[in-house]
Design a protein around this ligand. Structure first.
Ligand code: DGL
Length: 281
């Protein structure tokens, strides 16, 4: 059942998935850097959020979605979700050893490189921050740079952002949640905040407002969406799988929740109107 890069063609699409709409923040960088590529986006919103699931559940969902995308003949896979990357990328690479797979994980290294005082807050889901992969990365970057990372689980935030895009949730409630999570981290003197969940990019303005309400200091926000798109470009080039030709690139959305919710998210967040189909996997 596995399709691999060895039999993939440059004209095949790239598969991208997230627990919901957060991965659209990665998709926009991929479209900017690889505008000629066909893209298939899967929002697993019927099973979101991943942040409060067990590692095993996140691995199962990730393998199920990857199998679906491979069934569509994708030539590369982007795990546009920090939680799924931390929990499941090892299992995905083991299942599809020849497939170019790019994950997104919290930008601890770039944060350490730009922080002036070496104190960095990491905002992410509980599942991401408890993952062995993330804890090993923190050890490694701390040992190499002397940086201190304050890990702040933002329980419920990704889910709230997901609901917000459906117009069901007042932004006030999101701001109150941001205040509760960000204020204690700022109080510890951080000068850099890592946005370790792809959903959080869509409330970046509200995060900046929360930061400004607490400090006049410059606080850098770190996101790895652009780096993920660069890495994807490098991997495709390495196996000569960049799409060429003049056909207009196709974008398709699939969701395990309602078609309307993903269509609204594409329109509201990215001003895009691709066909969206319900998916049962
Ligand atoms: N966008 C996912 C991430 O980057 C959200 C996780 C969730 O569904 O809780 O971690």
């Amino acid at each position: 059942m596995t399709s691999t890069a060895s039999n993939a063609h440059a004209s095949a699409p790239i598969g991208i998935f997230d627990s919901g709409v957060g991965g659209l923040s990665v998709l926009r960088h991929i479209r900017a850097q690889l505008p000629q590529e066909d893209l298939i986006y899967v929002a697993d919103s019927g099973y979101a959020p991943y942040g409060d699931k067990t590692e095993e559940q996140v691995v199962d969902r990730s393998l199920a979605i990857a199998a679906y995308l491979l069934g569509h003949g994708v030539k590369a896979l982007v795990v546009a979700c920090n939680t799924a990357t931390i929990a499941a990328i090892k299992a995905l690479r083991a299942r599809y050893p020849e497939l170019p797979i790019v994950g997104v994980e919290p930008g601890l290294k770039p944060a350490a490189a730009i922080s002036r005082n070496g104190k960095i807050g990491v905002l992410a889901t509980e599942r991401t921050l408890r993952g062995d992969k993330l804890l090993a990365l923190r050890e490694q970057v701390s040992a190499a740079t002397g940086a201190t990372f304050i890990l702040q689980p933002c329980i419920g935030l990704a889910d709230r952002i997901e609901q917000c895009e459906l117009g069901n949730d007042p932004l006030d409630a999101t701001s109150a949640m941001l205040e509760r999570y960000i204020a204690p981290v700022l109080a510890q003197g951080v000068d850099t905040l890592v946005l370790g969940c792809t959903h959080y990019l869509f409330v970046q303005d509200a995060i900046e407002r929360t930061v400004r309400a607490h400090t006049s200091q410059q606080i850098a926000l770190v996101d790895t969406g652009e780096a993920v798109a660069r890495q994807l470009t490098r991997l495709l080039d390495a196996v000569s799988l960049r799409r060429t030709g003049n056909d207009a690139p196709q974008l398709q959305g699939y969701t395990t929740a309602t078609v309307e919710s993903l269509a609204q998210a594409f329109a509201g967040l990215l001003d895009l109107h691709p066909p969206v189909t319900h998916l049962s996997v």
